[in-house]
Design a binder for this molecule. Structure first.
Ligand code: ADP
Length: 159
């Protein structure tokens, strides 16, 4: 069975990695979809996000990393996925994810959204928090894969 795991991955964190790795224990194939959403102001370009996300996931044989520009349910349909995997942190994610899951179900009721609870050590981790810490020169080595740490340092040194 194939699952899709969508996100902006701006940048990928150990929280994302945890959810994706745990998905591979449940599903045969996990398609990680990087959203190319022109209305979102991302720190990293699509190419950069694709590059470090692939690098971070290269040891997970069941994982493919692709870009999507369509509706999420269309991306899932295209790849034969009947499951959308989402990570759920503390209470903050619930309302938004609850709405998205129901809207996606209305768009295609054969596709289910499955939530994996964030691991306790990732519960308070987000891409935006990591960017904020990195912008002030803080240590983010415990929060992101090593490739991303170097890229964030580069980004903020240049700016
Ligand atoms: P963010 O929400 O950090 O901006 P994304 O848009 O890339 O990141 O999120 C994609 C998915 O990853 C969402 O389902 C989100 O709940 C999940 N996710 C993000 N960070 C974590 C984390 N620390 N633990 C578990 N799931 C997470």
């Amino acid at each position: 069975m194939t699952a899709v795991c969508p996100g902006s991955f701006d940048p990928i964190t150990l929280g994302h990695l945890d959810i994706i790795e745990r998905s591979t224990y449940i599903y045969d194939r996990v398609v990680v979809g990087i959203a190319d959403n022109p209305s979102k102001a991302e720190l990293f370009s699509l190419e950069e996000r694709l590059d470090f996300t692939k690098e971070a996931l290269k040891n997970l044989a069941k994982v493919e990393v692709l870009v999507f520009r369509s509706l999420l349910v269309e991306f899932a349909q295209e790849h034969g996925a009947k499951v959308i995997i989402k990570g759920l942190r503390a209470i903050s994610d619930f309302e938004h994810e609850f709405q998205m899951a129901h809207l996606n179900k209305r768009l295609d009721n054969t596709i289910e959204t499955v939530f994996l609870m964030a691991s306790p050590e990732c519960m308070f981790l987000s891409s935006s928090a990591v960017k904020e810490i990195a912008a002030y020169g803080g240590n983010i080595s415990e929060f992101v894969p090593s490739g991303v740490e170097a890229r964030l340092a580069d980004k903020f040194l240049k700016d």
